[in-house]
Each structure stands twice: as C-alpha cells, then as structure tokens.
Ligand binder design. Sequence first.
Ligand SMILES: [Zn+2]
Length: 468
Amino acid sequence: METKFSTFAILLLLVFSISSYAQNIQTQSIDEGGEYPISRNDANHPCITPEQYKIIEKQCVANIKLLGLENVGKKGTNTTSFIWPLKTANGLNDCSYYYIGNYLDQDATSPGIKDWNCGSVTYDGHQGTDICTYPYPFDKMDNNQVEIIAAASGTIINRVDGNFDKNCDWSNGNANYITIQHADGSVAMYWHMKMNSLTTKQIGQTVVAGEYLGIVGSSGASSAPHLHFEVLSGITINTLNDAYSGPCNTLNANSWWAVQKPYTEPAIIQASVHPVLAILPVCPATETPNEDSCFTGGASAKFYIFMRNETIGLVQSMRIVNPNGTTFSSWTHTSTSNYFASYRIFTQTLPTTTGTYTYEAIYNGIICTKSFKINCNSSGILENNIALTISVSPNPFCSSTILQSDKILKGATLKIFNLYGQLVKQINNISGQTVTLHRENLPCGLYYLRLIEDNEVNTTYKLIITDN
Ligand SMILES: [Zn+2]
C-alpha cells in the first residue's frame, strides 16, 4: 500500500512538473522570466553514441581510401583555422541567435566532467561543442534562419541526409550530418542537421570556408535544434581535439578558431515587443513568438528580452525611446540567477502619440534594439502618413449612400456644396471609417463633397443625386 501511494505521488509530481514546465512562458505575468524551457544533451543522452562513433570512423576511413585522400596532410602539422560555423539567414535580424549548450569533456574519468576552461559546461564523454539556436529554435529551423557553414575549406568525406529532424529526446540516433577533411588532414564533423537541408554537394566534392552546408536541426540524439561541431587532428577518434584552447585543454595546445570566442558571452540575444505572450508548446511543436511591430497607442504590451549567459548581479537596462530620441519610459532588472539561455517579460504601457519608437535593452555593455510603430495600418504605414482616399457607393444615389475612408477619421467634418458653391449639408465630428449620407430634401443634381480634418480640406469628391 505504501509503495503504491509513493508511486502515485511521484507520478503526480511528475505530471505536475511536466505541465508547469511546458507552460512556462504562457503563464508568466508582469516581470517574470527564468531559464528558457529547453533541454541540453547529457551523459545519458549523448549527441553521438560510442557505437555510432565506430560506424562513422569506419565509413570515413573507407571513403578516404576510395577518394585517394589517405595521405592528405600526413606528417604535417595542423594549420587549419576555423571561422564560426553558423550564420543567420532569411531575414533573421536578432542581436544574436545562439548559446553554448556543452563544450567538449576534457575529463577522462567517468563520471568526471571538465570543459576547456576548467568549468562544467559539458557532459561526461562529450566530444564536441554544442551550439544551440535560440530563442524559438524550431521556428528558426522551420524558417531556415540559421545556416551551418564550413568552418574551413576541405573535401566532403561523409554525408548523410533524409533522417527525421524534430527529435526532442534521444530515442532516434540517426542524424543528418557532413564530415569534411581539411588540407592538413584534420577533420570537422557537423551533426544534427535539418532533413533535406544539406548542400547538394556530394562525397568527394570540395567546399570553401563559409560555404553553405545545411540548416541547424534536431536530427539524431538531440533534445532541440543545435549543431554538434567536432574536430579531429586526423581521421580516427584517437585524434580528437578541442576547438577551444584553454587551461584545462589537455588534447591540444592551440585554438582551432581564427578568433576564439570568450568562455561565456553574457548578452541580450533578442529584444522584442508582443501584444500577447509568446507560445512555447511542448517540443517538437513549433513555437509561436507572437511578436509585432505595430501597436495601438496607449495599449499595454509585453516587452521581452532573451539572454545568453545571464549572470547573477548583472543589470539589464531597458527603455522605450521616443521618435525624437528622448526616453518615453525606462526600467531595470538585476539578475538573481545564472542561466544558459533565459528570458524575461515586462508588461509596459505603450505611448499614445503616432510614430516610430525603439525598444532598447542594454546588458553587459551590449545594446540590443527593436523598433516598433504606434498607430499604423495593417501594412505598417503610420497613420499620419496614410493618404486619405475615399469612395462613395452607390453614386449616383437616390435616398442614401455610404462614404468609405481608408483612414480612421478622428473628428472630421463633411460638407456638401451645390453647383453654385452653396453649403447645403454639413456633418460634424465624424469618427471611424464609414459615414452614411442621407439625401433628405436635396434636389436631384451634381454636388461636391469635402472632407475636412484638422482644418484642412483632405479630399473633394463629386456626388450625383438622381430620382431613381
Ligand atoms: Zn554534442
């Protein structure tokens, strides 16, 4: 009985924690945030299993033999230098788009872990660097927004495509990937790519540094879209290297990066304005950011910041900047926890005056901005830049007709003149976009209609009244 009860309690706890985890963002109200609900691969769920490594190694050795590349770089020293293997595409203009989920594990003991900087940003036995896309990684993948590019020139010596790419766990180990051999005989592996996104180039063809290889995906043993990037000084796994040089790198002395990025990079990845909260459904459903760039003046909106390496004590400073550069409103938040990838939501009242504003967020000395408009039409054109055009239908008319404006009128005046220029009818204080005109006692004939707003004649229109 006792066992049954505790099993039930554990199940209940599990169900509760799963559901609260999944709805993390939706349920946030004012000034909330925390770690972005996304998992990283770990020791029990490695990016590549030992069995897979054996197969990969066999394939690469065989392909190199077939291609006659066995002697490439032999007896030489490694001279390859890497550029960053990811780049943004397809209109992704965020301030950044990634965080490091795991470095290579430099600790040979098990279960000990140690990354190149003597920290613990790794899992036991990890042989590469996990670069995770963020926020909305599945949305980024669906829209091909983060490309994997060749970190160095070389020859494709292995290539696998066609595997499912929306894994959230580690049950499906078949990844899409590319392996490249460089001129000095070293090898780089690009793992977890999006299905059918791989370059059309085949095994044996060469690529240059920066060339497109594929899209970041979640194929293979993967918790969410990320690139597992691995480097070998030779072809076999006993030549494993760490791309990063540092005090705890016992594999190689030099960095493989042309410019090595810092161990942590606290930064705001994205600042965005939302009419409603972003929706982060249970993996692998695609996220709905619910961002917008056009708002009604005076409404309330959700101001998000997404951060990489949020660090205790660091302050985020946010402000809404008026069209003339002055501050409309400002606020700050001080981090109370360390996070890999985090978010924070602030509910703010929007300005009322029509114009283009900037949402500015500063963190760790880095400014991230997003512009948004107050009072604009569905095409994003500011209300005061919309030319007023009207239509009247039916025209000619007999008893009544409807005037339609493409701009929202605020207190406009409508005047109708006869052919002699005499004012025969006036409607004051028109708001909205439609006005019904009744003929009343006006005789048949031609009339002129004038719409006046802010004491200016905005438009003149010809009206015809008939008896039938
Ligand atoms: Zn990995």
